[in-house]
Design a protein around this ligand. Structure first.
Ligand code: ZN
Length: 203
């Protein structure tokens, strides 16, 4: 299966990460907040327990241990294996974005433990739901609440993102966000492997 993420995207993401870390390392106060938040984020990932899922192998349904289960969900309705896996990937993705951006709002520079991973193009499209280029760390005000937040002024937000990314990365992301992918086991496996690999770099 050909990866949807090109090398230039990975390089751009690495550069963003390096820039953020340079800023964090230059300021002991930022470094402390970063380390504390990093620990919490790791605990959030580690808390997940092994999960048994029903899988179809050569047409036969078998039970296999595939991954860690997502955070406990207090819901009476039993979640399907698929939605459990999607929830896990959302958690991994959110932590990866938050770690990459140093838990710092990329719009106003505010650093806060509750900084959120905000999608650029809607996460309803699975081709870019877990694409590291398709999200960034934003504080609650810049993401949802503020007058000029991404949710209140989406056009303004997208214009800002476009400028920030530059034409080439922007266009490439737009094309990827319009792709259709089959959300099957292979796709979910590959995504999980990629995100875990990404997160493991900062263990
Ligand atoms: Zn902000």
């Amino acid at each position: 299966m050909k990866s949807l993420v090109s090398q230039s995207v990975i390089d751009a993401s690495d550069k963003l990460r390096a820039d953020t870390m340079a800023k964090v390392n230059a300021d002991p106060k930022l470094r402390k907040i970063y380390d504390d938040t990093r620990k919490e984020a790791q605990a959030n990932i580690d808390r997940h327990k092994k999960m048994r899922l029903k899988r179809k192998v050569n047409g036969t349904v078998v039970e296999v241990e595939v991954a860690d289960s997502p955070t406990k969900v207090k819901s009476k309705r039993k979640k399907s294996d698929r939605s459990k896996r999607i929830e896990l990937l959302d958690t991994l993705f959110s932590e990866a974005i938050r770690m990459r951006d140093g838990f710092t709002c990329q719009r106003c520079g505010h650093q806060n433990k509750s900084a959120q991973a905000a999608h650029i193009w809607t996460r309803n499209n699975y081709s870019t739901r877990w694409d590291m280029e398709n999200a960034l760390c934003l504080c609650y005000m810049c993401h949802i609440k503020g007058f000029h937040s991404a949710h209140r002024e989406p056009a303004e937000f997208l214009e800002w993102i476009h400028k920030r990314m530059g034409d080439e990365r922007w266009e490439a992301l737009k094309v990827r966000s319009m792709n259709t992918v089959k959300v099957n086991d292979a796709f979910l496996d590959e995504t999980e492997k990629r995100l875990r690999k990404y997160l493991a770099r900062w263990k």
